[in-house]
Each structure stands twice: as structure tokens, then as C-alpha cells.
Design a protein around this ligand. Sequence first.
Ligand code: HRG
Ligand code: AKG
Ligand code: FE2
Length: 304
Amino acid sequence: MAGDGDLLRLVGTLDAACKEAGFFYVRGHGIPESMIAEVRDVTRRFFDLPLEDKRKIRLTPHTGYRGYQRLGENITKGKIDMQEAIDCYAHIEPGKYGDLGKHLEGPNLWPDYPSNFKVLLENYASLLRDLSRKIMRGIALALGAPSDAFEGGTAGDPFWYLRLIGYPVSADIPEEQRTDTGCGVHTDYGLLTLVNQDDDICALEVRNLSGEWIQAKPIPGTFVCNIGDMLEVWSNGIYQPTLHRVFNNSLRYRVSVAFFYESNFDAGVEPAEFCLEKTGGVAKYEKVVYGEHLVKKVLNNFVL
Ligand SMILES: N=C(N)NCCCC[C@H](N)C(=O)O
Ligand SMILES: O=C(O)CCC(=O)C(=O)O
Ligand SMILES: [Fe+2]
């Protein structure tokens, strides 16, 4: 930041975006464009493999819900999503979060092919974690809190989550398996999501606070950002999590890689003082333990 004026302007822009639309694009983030493209490229090459190869790293309750999910295994509100995916999470020291944490314990499952997959994705997750932390500093300021409000017990040890997703072309899905939705309407669970999507396909739709569905058109070199459930609680509703959904109506296979920046697994998230002051002093939300919120969602997301 060149000076306080620039910082104030940026924080004001962020505040307006979070209040009015609940989503925004991030550019000038310092993550090389070549890396952003390569992450999608290795993801596409993995999904191109025969199913039996992909199933070598398949997700089950015994892998800590980490790994590959084939088409038909993901559901949103009980309806099958037309997607395949790989889920990876931050490491959990065995036993650290007791029985709740057990559900998500285990190493991330990386494919052997493409050969640079693991190194690239681990590196990417670490850069996106640092970037998200910076954006959260801006969001803290936008809410009138100190810039480090999300450090420490709230999100100093963020339980990040990386989801690599492929949305097949409708015509390639057997009719008896087909639904019309790539991903059903939902909000994300944590603080902030950064989506790296294919440059040439419009498929992600975000609902603004006026109830309109806005296409989050790809802008090369940017991330689409949206806020999640924990920010709603923390801000006492000043910011609302953005409802969104995905339809791949294009004639091309679509890849997106979503990075979820979340609270600490064991964080008890509740309306912050700074936000209570601005909202009449009454808490509109009860305390939510982030890990409980997450595990409840994860246990209901799959038909395996
Ligand atoms: N925020 C996350 N993790 N997004 C991935 C899940 C997409 C919605 C999920 N099937 C559900 O029903 O919640
Ligand atoms: O594919 C996308 O653009 C977004 C996916 C998404 O919303 C999610 O997985 O939570
Ligand atoms: Fe989402």
C-alpha cells in the first residue's frame, strides 16, 4: 500500500462488495498466472484418466473424507451434482480434535499422475492460504476490527480445504444418470472461498442480496471470492454468505479449483464485539464450533 488513502479506499471497496454482492474478484494477488493455469491443467489431466485409475485414490469415510469422488457421489440438498472431484484438507495431528476430528483425519491422497500433482498442489494451497489470510486482514478492517482479528483462536491455524472439481459435458453423461445441475445451491462453510475457474466457460452463478443470480464470468488471472457461513456469524450478519450454484451448459468439460479458507477446526465462532456494536448489541447467532459445522456438512455431502 502506497499510503493510508489507498488502504482506506481498498477497505471501503471490500466492505461494499461484501455487503452488496457478497462476492468479488481478486487481482494483483501475486500468484503467478502460469501456476493458476497449471493447477487447472493437472486437474483436467487427472480427470481425463480412466475411472479405475482415479478410483485408486477414492474418498471413503476411512480416508478422512479425503480423495477422489466419481460422478454421482456428490449431493447437495439430496440431489446428485454432475461433477467429479478431489478433496484435500489441512493436516490434523491424530487425536488432536478428538472424535470430531477423527472424521477428517488421514493423509491427503495424491495421484501419481500427473507426476508433479502433489508438489504443485501443496505449494498452491500454501500460497492461497497466505493470500486468504491477507484478504481476511482487509475484511477485518472493513468490519471496523483490528487487522489481526481473525488470527489466534479464530483463524490463526486455518483449517483450509482444497477442492478440485470437474464438470462433464451434459451430453457425455448417460441419460439415466443426468441431472441439470453441476453443483446445487449452497453457501460455503467457512470464512472465504477463492475459486480458480476455467477461462472460457461461464458456469458459476452467485446470488446477490437483491436475489438476482449473477454469472461470475471468468476474468483471466483473477480469483472469484465469496464469503462463507463463519463470517456471517462473526459479523453478526453484517456480511451474508453468498448462495451460489454451478451449471455447465457448455460443450466443454469444465474445471474449477476452490480453496476454502476456514476458521480453526476447534474455533468457537460467535459475533464479535466490533460487529455487535454496529448491530444494536444483540447477538443474532449462537456460537458455532467450526469443526462441528464442517463435519455435519461433510457427512451429508456424499452417497458412497
Ligand atoms: N463449501 C464447500 N465445501 N463446497 C463444496 C460442497 C458443495 C455443496 C455441498 N454438496 C453441500 O451440500 O453443502
Ligand atoms: O465450480 C465452481 O465454480 C464453484 C464450486 C463451489 O461452489 C464449491 O465447490 O463450493
Ligand atoms: Fe461453493
